[in-house]
Design a protein around this ligand. Structure first.
Ligand SMILES: Cc1ncc(COP(=O)(O)O)c(C=O)c1O
Length: 510
């Protein structure tokens, strides 16, 4: 990878958690690595079952063709009789490192190997990472998808009692996972353009360690098609946020599963030049850990992804994975390796053709959904939403301040029942009865046969003492998230119900 820009890198070892610092390298893997010192080494060391002992000889995958002759790979793939391409991987004695015209042998992928994944798989991850991000001196480490990658980052970087910054509305599973590790969340304001750099800087510059504890040293953020709000950071904000990270010594966890679902109204094709540069692509200081996933480009059940990070973070994460899950399953690894590197596979350029075509389909779905939304829901006057620039979600504002039973609460009491975010009581208080109205609206939707995700599920479960603002999150939870990733057939009936529920709800005075 691009190593030209690594000259004046800060030492970021002080970011490592006590768990990581006390962990020893897996001694079996140390011996395994020593066995690679010499290619003629006879290994009598590890209990690695020889591949002749596996009851598997071959795996075969049938996938969409993506060559230039296929005008729109996604569209032609929708026809069940369309041609497909197949690649297979078989047991073989050929070394996994020799990427000849033969397909990649199954042996290595199904064997025990280092925590980073098999050699060919590492090569495949690097090819993709270099093509899209070309990060300065980073390494790739295999994961089971982004959720797994993020939790590994938390374990790498945080001690109980640490404070971590995040978008004020964030994907719930990781923020939830951090709570049991004793991590406190510190919300940063977002608007239509995503995380607001000036708010991030304010939180950090105003931080008083005497009253609030350790200053946050990690930012967890979703830069494209943010889940749930759908917003995307523009280049200027990305640069500002990275500069703030350098100034305040933050590590950025870049969770970017919607990177490939960035929409372009100009119908431009040139990926990656059409895509917003990632944080990791500008990471001259080694302070970005990017988590990558195949969930939105191939399939979520693949449970396959990787992290891209500096060699120092890589080394410590490797020790973590080698003493736990080790690596993701060999079938996923061989699939991606064959796909990117194998003689019959897509190659990086073919993968690029697929994701370009896929994002055009998502864009069609987004536009279709938006038209129906405007007709069935926005037309009621009780809700509104703007089409996102990326991702798969519409963030719908319910105009609760116009509801006949909307009220401003008389005083902001320190009542633990007053604010309930993801089931975690906050004691900061609030000014509106949005929580009750949203609960009622959600229940009405369920009763009418449609489910949307209420924004309270995503509101960061913050510690109130770390979030001193006159504008508490509980007064901004008048949103629901709707996805256009599902079947076309349910979009219209689902949104029709939402429109009707809104009309009934807003006409109910009691
Ligand atoms: C922002 C965000 N992060 C992580 C994930 C989980 O991804 P994965 O399936 O790779 O674990 C999702 C999935 O929806 C997501 O929206």
């Amino acid at each position: 990878m691009n190593i030209a820009m690594t000259m004046s890198k800060p030492d970021l070892r002080h970011h490592l958690s006590s768990e990581v610092l006390s962990r020893k390298e897996n001694p079996m893997k140390v011996v395994q690595r020593l066995s690679m010192r010499n290619s003629n080494m006879i290994s009598l060391a590890n209990g690695d079952p020889h591949f002749s002992l596996y009851p598997i000889r071959k795996v075969k995958f049938e996938v969409a063709p993506v060559s230039d002759e296929v005008e729109d790979p996604f569209m032609s793939w929708q026809n069940p009789n369309s041609p497909s391409i197949s690649f297979s991987s078989s047991r073989s004695d050929i070394s996994s490192k020799s990427l000849s015209s033969e397909s990649i042998p199954l042996n290595a992928a199904l064997q025990y190997h280092g925590g980073t994944g098999s050699d060919v798989f590492v090569h495949a991850m690097e090819e993709l990472t270099n093509y899209y991000h070309n990060p300065p001196n980073h390494k790739c480490l295999n994961t089971l998808g982004n959720m797994d990658g993020i939790v590994k980052c938390f374990r790498l970087l945080a001690n109980p009692g640490d404070n971590i910054l995040a978008d004020e509305f964030a994907f719930g599973p990781p923020t939830n996972a951090a709570l049991s590790q004793g991590i406190n969340w510190v919300p940063v304001r977002i608007d239509k353009g995503g995380l607001i750099p000036s708010d991030l800087e304010k939180v950090l510059s105003d931080w008083d360690e005497e009253t609030k504890g350790r200053k946050p040293r990690v930012l967890y953020t979703v830069p494209c098609g943010q889940n749930p709000t759908g917003c995307t950071l523009n280049l200027q904000r990305r640069k500002e946020i990275y500069a703030i990270a350098c100034k305040y010594d933050l590590v950025i966890i870049e969770d970017d599963p919607y990177y490939f679902l960035q929409y372009s109204d100009s119908d431009g094709d040139a990926v990656p030049s059409n895509l917003m540069p990632s944080f990791v692509s500008m990471d001259t200081e080694g302070r970005v850990i990017r988590v990558e996933s195949c969930s939105k480009t191939i399939a979520p059940g693949m449970r396959l992804g990787w992290v891209v990070c500096s060699p120092m973070f890589y080394e410590h994460m490797l020790h973590l994975v080698e003493s736990s899950a080790q690596f993701s399953h060999g079938f996923g690894q061989i699939f991606l390796s064959e796909m990117i590197l194998g003689p019959q596979g897509w190659g990086v350029l073919g993968f690029d053709r697929w994701v370009q075509s896929l994002r055009k389909e998502y864009q069609r779905r987004r536009d279709h959904f938006q038209v129906i939304f405007d007709h069935e829901v926005a037309s009621t006057g009780y809700a509104s939403a703007e089409a996102p620039e990326a991702g798969m979600f519409l963030w719908i504002r319910i105009h609760l301040d116009e509801h006949p039973r909307f009220k401003l609460l008389p005083s902001r009491t320190a009542d633990s029942k007053n604010g309930l975010i993801q089931g975690v009581p906050t004691i900061y208080g609030r000014k509106t009865n949005f929580l009750e109205l949203m609960d009622e609206f959600f229940e009405n939707c369920l009763n009418a046969g449609v489910v949307l995700t209420p924004s309270s599920v995503f509101a960061l479960p913050y510690e109130s003492s770390l979030f001193n603002t006159d504008d508490p999150l509980e007064d901004r939870i008048n949103y629901v998230r709707a996805t256009f990733a599902g079947p076309y057939e349910t979009m219209e009936p689902g949104l029709k119900i939402v429109g009707q529920v809104l009309r009934d709800f807003f006409s109910s005075n009691e």
